[in-house]
Design a protein around this ligand. Structure first.
Ligand SMILES: Cc1cc2nc3c(=O)[nH]c(=O)nc-3n(C[C@H](O)[C@H](O)[C@H](O)COP(=O)(O)OP(=O)(O)OC[C@H]3O[C@@H](n4cnc5c(N)ncnc54)[C@H](O)[C@@H]3O)c2cc1C
Length: 376
């Protein structure tokens, strides 16, 4: 089968590797330049859950990721603004780890290395100039014409493929922004990630190993507009005051911020030959680190359905299975977002009861954890 993947980000490149490994003829069209991972940790880091770590190992991607840009973590804690806390450990589910923190650039570079080795045709700094869906053909900005049996839209939250195919979206801005900062700690932190909820939004820590951590602070867009207008030293002092009680003395090295948006495509496929995966199909609140994990689950589902059904049937089955799972995760993120941050007694009470229950009821805790790391 001829497969053309539009978008060579983490999800598109992973799909291209998976299809190429199955013997399909794959071409990738990427608007940006080839990604290189070098120097300090980049700010874009993903928590990849354990099931996807194992999938990337099976695909042969894992060992190609720069060793100093992937770091397994074995603990995960969530704490409410009222002090209720639940601690998850890899020992609760007898897994080697709960997942790993991975630099997005390092993962993408590893996948592209595999694409080169698999002989996949790669067009970088290139876009589609014209879609001819009826003839199953695209003309690229460099004049090259490609025919396809399957066109995969993996071009992110502002998908050109979806627009051209007439697939609409439903979604909204959370009116929140997430600040990420890389910091150097004086004393090593344990390989555990945590998140603490406050009325103004959660803050969190990702351990990166080698005395590096990623600090995360979510606040209203208007608050960040004011804070980000201040001198960098003032901003770093504020982060230090917030995180020092948890990680001790540290030095912030770099920072960046991202607006938060939730959206979902109204359809995942069109014309029995066009399909959306990853952020092109769904963008989710990053507070539980599930975005790229859902994208990798899309790839696994698509590959599985195409292996057992005709293409047209496979696309229908893919959409049926992934829409449900993705929307369930989006709704869960919304409930957490509203419940934890609420100033009102009822949602806060429900969260407090929920956390206490999860901490005390071992089977419930185990079931939630298995879900979070992709084991069911
Ligand atoms: C602050 C933040 C923290 C996050 N943390 C996590 C986390 O811990 N764990 C997790 O699982 N997820 C996390 N996510 C979500 C995760 O980053 C996204 O879900 C993931 O990047 C989606 O990958 P993708 O390949 O689908 O899309 P993208 O990463 O958007 O890649 C799309 C690719 O398509 C290319 N492209 C775009 N338009 C075109 C075009 N017209 N033609 C050709 N190419 C095109 C782009 O250049 C890009 O390379 C986080 C997101 C944010 C904002």
């Amino acid at each position: 089968m001829k497969v053309v993947v539009i978008g060579g980000g983490m999800v598109g490149a992973a799909a291209a590797v998976a299809f190429a490994q199955l013997g399909h003829q794959v071409t990738v069209v990427e608007a940006g330049a080839r990604i290189v991972s070098e120097g300090e940790w980049d700010l874009r880091i993903s928590s990849i859950h354990q099931q996807n770590v194992e999938w990337l190992q099976q695909q042969g991607t894992w060992p190609l990721i720069r060793a100093e840009r992937r770091y397994p973590y074995t603990g995960l804690s969530v704490q409410s603004q009222d002090g209720q806390r639940v601690d998850f450990s890899h020992e609760d589910v007898a897994a080697p780890a709960l997942g790993a923190m991975v630099e997005n650039k390092a993962l993408q570079a590893a996948l592209w290395q595999q694409l080169d080795a698999l002989g996949v045709e790669l067009y970088e700094r290139t876009r589609v100039a014209q879609y001819q869906f009826d003839e199953r053909r695209v003309t690229l900005s460099n004049g090259v014409e490609l025919s396809y049996d399957l066109l995969i839209g993996a071009d992110g939250g502002n998908s050109q493929v979806a627009r051209a195919a007439g697939i609409g979206y439903r979604g909204w801005d959370y009116d929140m922004r997430c600040l990420l900062a890389i910091a150097e700690v004086e004393v090593d932190v344990p390989p555990a990630t945590w998140e603490i909820f406050r009325p103004q939004g959660p803050y969190a820590l990702l351990p990166l190993g080698g005395q590096r951590v990623c600090l995360i602070d979510y606040r209203a867009e208007s608050t960040w507009q004011e804070l980000l207008a201040q001198p960098t030293d003032t901003l770093y002092d504020m982060l230090q005051t917030l995180f020092e009680p948890h990680i001790g003395a540290h030095r912030v090295l770099s920072h960046g911020s991202f607006p938060l948006r939730r959206q979902r495509a109204l359809h995942y496929h069109r014309n029995q030959s066009v399909v959306l995966i990853g952020d092109a199909a769904h963008s989710i609140h990053p507070l539980a680190g599930q975005g790229v994990n859902l994208g990798f689950a899309d790839v696994q589902e698509l590959v599985e359905q195409i292996a057992r059904l005709s293409l047209a049937e496979a696309l229908v089955a893919y959409e049926r299975r992934r829409v449900g799972a993705n929307q369930q995760m989006m709704r869960a993120m919304d409930m957490i977002h509203v419940g934890f941050c609420s100033k009102h007694f009822l949602p806060r009470g429900a969260i407090a009861l929920g956390l206490t229950g999860v901490q005390r009821i071992a089977p419930l805790k185990r079931a939630l954890l298995l879900r979070a790391i992709g084991y069911c």
